[in-house]
Design a protein around this ligand. Structure first.
Ligand code: DGY
Length: 417
């Protein structure tokens, strides 16, 4: 028996707070949206009931308009900022007011496949929740029908302080109505976290949207940060493919037609964001109208949901190899050596097991199984050497951020299966 597998399962058990899993103790003491989707896929390998439970608890926080929030505050905790009193969302179960990458339906298909035939009764409410959420993405976050969905807050990307936001976030004022009382730097070295100035802008946006009563159209109008984002859109498309598959399986023909139309629109829109001169896909800043050219992992995530021409896939892989050269652990979330590269600071360089998971799936999809296998092995080796850290310094391999981290445990289980 692989003792690391036992350890990974133990981490998921220790982080269980009653049917949902916190990302890690103290630093993230609630239920996070995309963390739970990855965690559910980990559970699906050995405890299907618990896997379903994870997603069921997440959708307890779904809003009437379909949004699944990025945090569900099931039980109070004093160890995190910003808590429910800052968000002021006035939901029955307190939640944040923004969302996170829609990995949910990707997990749902995996759970259904693991559960086998006859599990429809349990999955159908989750399928309905996913469909409502996808509709929300297209109405609230792509009102002009471009096919790319927009983020109104960097936290919605899951890649909070990525260099991808540097230009767009610099336009957001640093004044806040809410006092910024950080708790994260009491748990983790401040050099591994976003800077204070980032936090002031993050909270300025929260204050702005709270003042809009969290109403999507008003937020869209007032947003000083609005990025049509390629990583989120690519994840939404993969989730959309999986949702369409489930719709057909459940005989929901009309749903399948509706979802296929979303998917087609997004497929075309992402493809139009390919920039051969950068060998990457780019997001679009909707306030300046300019491409987001910052060199981050997001530019490679479309591998996950597009069947690319060989020439494009080869160019992406060539670029990925260039970024990974000389690193102990791939894949870096910022191109090594550029001015914004910080190998220990959260989303400004470190390697993350769940990003690698998405890239591995994308590389396999696009005919690069050898590179996928190399990345899989490197991710496993990093975890076995350093433990289930939140992320890894790609130069030294050091485990950084929070420890005993749920999605790293889930990624280990999935990649080692
Ligand atoms: C945090 O608090 O760092 C989270 O990533 C926001 O979701």
């Amino acid at each position: 028996m692989n003792t690391h597998i036992d350890q990974a399962k133990r981490i998921l058990a220790v982080n269980d707070r009653g049917g949902y899993t916190v990302p890690t103790d103290r630093l993230y003491p609630f239920q996070w949206n995309w963390d739970s989707a990855f965690v559910a896929m980990g559970f699906a390998l050995y405890d299907i009931d618990r896997a379903y439970r994870e997603l069921e608890r997440l959708v307890e926080g779904q809003w009437v308009d379909g949004m699944i929030p990025h945090i569900v505050f099931h039980a109070p905790s004093e160890t995190y900022f910003p808590g429910p009193n800052v968000w002021r969302t006035e939901q029955t179960i307190p939640t944040s007011g923004i969302t996170q990458p829609p990995v949910f339906a990707i997990a749902l298909r995996k759970l259904h496949e693991a559960a086998g035939k006859g599990a429809e009764e349990r999955i159908l409410p989750l399928y309905e929740a996913a469909l409502k959420w996808h509709r929300w993405w297209y109405s609230a976050r792509d009102p002009d029908g471009t096919g790319l969905v927009a983020l109104l807050h960097p936290w919605e990307s899951g890649s909070d302080n990525s260099p991808a936001w540097d230009i767009a976030l610099a336009r957001v004022p640093t004044d806040t109505d809410t006092p910024v009382v950080r708790k994260d730097t009491g748990h983790v070295d401040a050099d591994m976290r976003p800077r204070d100035e980032d936090y002031r802008r993050f909270i300025h946006l929260v204050d702005t949207y709270a003042a809009c009563g969290w109403e999507p159209a008003r937020q869209w109008e007032k947003a000083s940060f609005k990025v049509a984002e390629v990583q989120t859109s690519a994840i939404l498309l993969k989730a959309g493919e999986d949702l369409e598959h489930l719709a057909l399986l459940f005989g929901r023909t009309e749903d399948a037609i509706e979802i296929a139309a979303f998917n087609n629109r997004t497929r075309k829109a992402i493809m139009a964001q390919w920039r051969p001169e950068l060998a990457r896909f780019v997001s679009r800043d909707l306030i300046s109208g300019e491409d987001v050219e910052a060199a981050t992992q997001a530019g490679f995530i479309p591998l996950l949901s597009l069947d690319l021409d060989k020439q494009v896939a080869d160019a992406l892989v060539f670029e990925m190899k260039a970024w990974s050269k000389d690193l102990k652990v791939a894949f870096p979330t910022t191109k090594p050596g550029i001015a914004s590269w910080e190998p220990k600071r959260y989303w400004r360089g470190p390697a993350w097991a769940i990003i690698n998971w998405l890239l591995i799936d994308g590389l396999n999809r696009n005919g690069h199984a050898d590179v996928a296998e190399e990345l899989r092995r490197s991710t496993i080796a990093a975890i076995e050497t350093e433990g289930f850290a939140e992320y890894f310094d790609p130069v030294t391999g050091e485990g950084c951020g929070g420890l005993g981290f749920s999605w790293t445990a889930a990624a280990y289980l999935w990649l080692e299966r």
